[in-house]
Every structure is written in structure tokens, then in C-alpha cells.
Ligand binder design. Structure first.
Ligand SMILES: [Zn+2]
Length: 157
């Protein structure tokens, strides 16, 4: 296992102390970073944290809705609205797990996946006056689409 960048956790090349991904010199201590480097380091960590939360959320969603579906297998309930809803929510949960992993690895598609998923979830939370949903999705959306995160996730640093 080679060394990893202490700011974005991507593997460091052996020949250079400057991270090829986040462009921060790893010999610099956190205190010596330039202002824009501090922002990049901060949002790299932010993206990994929300990625982790989205994975947890996806696992919870998937298990709770698959749990709802299991007792109905073999019974003639396939087309009831509850089943359709639970199936959609399970898929949504599985997608969230992938999205969380994508965010933690700074995959480009996770920027668009996150922007779409968190915007839709935020609108649904606002419409249903779900305060916790508004807070979390607002936070997820902010940490995915703000200027610095956009540059990180779209690899334009
Ligand atoms: Zn880095």
C-alpha cells in the first residue's frame, strides 16, 4: 500500500509530494495551506462525510422497504400501490448506496447523481414539510454542488 494524500485520501504518486488529484502539497501542514487549498481540503472531507451518511441512509432504506416486500412474496399482491411504492423506494435505497460510494471516490457521475437526487429529495421534503429531510437534503445538496465541491467532483482543480 502506497501513501495516500492526507487531504483527499487519494493514493499519492511515489515521485511527488503534490497530490495529482487535489493538487495540494502534502509536505505542507494544514496551517500553511493557501486559502483555496483549505477550502478544497475542507470540502474533500465534507464530500466523504456526506457520502458515508448517504450510504447509511441507503442501507436503512433498502432494508426497511425490502423488509416490507418480503412477506408479500408468493402472494397475489404484486400490483398493489404499497408494493409498487416499496419497490421504488428499495431501488432508491440501492441507488443511494452507489451514490454514497461514488461521492467518497469523487466519481464525476456522483456530482450529477447527487445534484439530481438531493434536489428531488429536498423538494419532496419541502412539500411534505419534513424538517429533518429538508435539513439533511439541503446539507447534502450544498456539500455536493457548491463551487469548490463542483470543481473537486468534476476533476477541475
Ligand atoms: Zn489530494
Amino acid at each position: 500500500m502506497g501513501k495516500r494524500c492526507k487531504y483527499c485520501l487519494k493514493p499519492l504518486e511515489e515521485t511527488s509530494d503534490v497530490c495529482a488529484f487535489c493538487k495540494i502539497d502534502n509536505t505542507k501542514s494544514k496551517r500553511d495551506l493557501e486559502k483555496h487549498e483549505k477550502l478544497v481540503a475542507y470540502f474533500c472531507r465534507g464530500i466523504r462525510v456526506i457520502g458515508f451518511l448517504v450510504i447509511l441512509y441507503g442501507i436503512l432504506m433498502t432494508f426497511s422497504f425490502v423488509g416490507l416486500l418480503l412477506p408479500t412474496i408468493g402472494k397475489n399482491m404484486i400490483t398493489t400501490p404499497v408494493i409498487v411504492f416499496a419497490s421504488i423506494m428499495s431501488l432508491f435505497g440501492i441507488f443511494s448506496i452507489f451514490l454514497g460510494v461514488g461521492l467518497r471516490r469523487y466519481y464525476k457521475w456522483s456530482f450529477w447523481g447527487g445534484a439530481i437526487l438531493f434536489s428531488l429529495s429536498l423538494i419532496l421534503s419541502i412539500l411534505s414539510l419534513n424538517i429533518i429531510g429538508i435539513l439533511f437534503n439541503g446539507l447534502f445538496l450544498y456539500y455536493t454542488v457548491n463551487r469548490t465541491s463542483r470543481k473537486i467532483l468534476l476533476h477541475k482543480l
